[in-house]
Design a protein around this ligand. Structure first.
Ligand SMILES: NC(=O)c1ccc[n+]([C@@H]2O[C@H](COP(=O)([O-])OP(=O)(O)OC[C@H]3O[C@@H](n4cnc5c(N)ncnc54)[C@H](OP(=O)(O)O)[C@@H]3O)[C@@H](O)[C@H]2O)c1
Length: 366
């Protein structure tokens, strides 16, 4: 490593699954080791995502059945507390969406990367078998992430970005937009579709609106009405409240028809059956989250009598991260930064993120 780099750094470190007190700020954390295939990144900004909250609290454990709250759960199983169903190594620096400048490289990484501004691809591949989704880890979960002054990533898990956007703006994209694009590609969304987006004011939801519009689809976005003003210019063809009492009627009034061809859902919970019931024959339901609760009721008759297709989406194909960088560089998607916090105030940042009065994304600056 260059002599100019410090020996220690600021980092927010998770020590166990639990509430906010499970993680704390350190100003003397050891610098990360740079492996032969790694690049060392001086982090300029790191976005917040539910996965950091879910991993901290242990919400992914199958023993937890409640909605995401961000608080500690009493019933987390030590066997399956992470997204991938396996325990993660502690202490862990979380933070999925790091953006920064490469300041050093390992022996196998090109020195051309030094000085380049990069975004991190959340999906850490096994590069001897990169298409194998069972051999993936998540940045900030199976490997230390971006809630620190410096982080490392495999040279094949960073993308050089040529953009006028700030680091904080770029740090809103990786997790949410690759997830949203993965959902739309699993549901094969195209210009003939009418897509109903739930949780549309959040990170993945606002990405779903923009990326579905990019594909030429008509988009109906559902979100709290207090957030509609900020959402109006995202491109949605119609905005509906979070959970209209009569969704068919609300759709008919908004777009002149009471069905849609695709539901892109990140909310789940008690309203699940209602969104399924507005799918037209042959409709597709695609899901990558369940912020209102993972356990839902389904009338199987609606599913099979209407010839519906359900797709889950988490580990996205490798090309999606590169595609996203292209969309950013060409200005086809734009960020929705809500608020930034210093890294040392990550707990406050996460509480604001959990309170959900914001629209878009929250970012910390180391
Ligand atoms: N599978 C994956 O790879 C992956 C990746 C990223 C995210 N996710 C998951 O996707 C979900 C959304 O993530 P995100 O980053 O977009 O979250 P976010 O930014 O927190 O946004 C979620 C939105 O959902 C709405 N919402 C929250 N609680 C709700 C409830 N109880 N009922 C109805 N609506 C509610 C809120 O909108 P309103 O207040 O406007 O209604 C909020 O803006 C999370 O569960 C997350 O874990 C999964």
């Amino acid at each position: 490593m260059p002599d100019t780099l410090p020996n220690t750094m600021n980092a927010f470190v998770l020590h166990r699954h639990g509430g906010m007190d499970a993680m704390d700020f350190h100003d003397d954390w050891a610098m990360p080791q740079v492996g032969p295939d790694d690049v060392l990144i001086k982090v300029g900004a790191c976005g917040l995502n539910n996965t950091d909250v879910n991993t901290r609290s242990g919400w992914y454990s199958s023993t937890v059945t409640e909605a995401t709250t961000g608080g500690a759960y009493d019933d987390v199983s030590r066997e399956d507390p992470s997204w991938g169903g396996a325990p993660i190594q502690m202490p862990r620096i979380q933070g999925a969406d790091a953006v920064g400048v490469v300041v050093a490289v390992g022996a196998n990484a090109s020195t051309d990367l030094v000085g380049k501004r990069v975004m991190t691809d959340c999906w850490q591949r096994d590069w001897s078998d990169p298409m194998n989704r069972d051999k993936t880890g998540y940045f900030g979960s199976e490997r230390d992430g971006g809630f620190a002054q410096f982080t490392t990533a495999d040279r094949r898990n960073v993308g050089v970005v040529d953009s006028a956007l700030t680091d904080a703006e770029l740090a809103t994209f990786s997790c949410s937009y690759t997830t949203a694009e993965g959902m739309l590609s699993r549901a094969n969304v195209g210009a003939d579709d009418v897509v109903l987006v739930t949780g549309a004011s959040g990170g993945v939801g606002s990405a779903l609106i923009q990326l579905a519009k990019r594909r030429g689809a008509k988009v109906v976005a559902m979100a709290s009405e207090a957030k509609h003003v900020q959402m109006a210019d995202l491109g949605a063809d119609a905005l509906l409240p979070r959970s209209p009492e009569n969704l068919k009627q609300a759709l008919k009034a908004a777009i002149g028809q009471d069905t849609v061809t695709v539901v892109a859902d990140i909310v789940g919970g008690p309203y699940f059956g209602t969104v399924i019931d507005v799918l037209a024959r042959g409709g597709r339901y695609t899901c990558s989250g369940a912020i209102a609760g993972p356990i839902v009721e389904l009338d199987l008759r609606t599913f099979y009598l209407r010839d519906l297709t359900f797709t889950g989406s988490t580990v996205v194909p490798t090309h999606i991260f590169g595609d996203l960088i292209g969309y950013i560089e060409r200005g086809e998607v734009r960020p929705m930064p809500a608020q930034t916090f210093p890294l040392s105030q990550l707990r406050d940042a996460q509480q604001t993120f959990i309170d959900k009065t914001h629209v878009g994304n929250i970012v910390v600056i180391p």
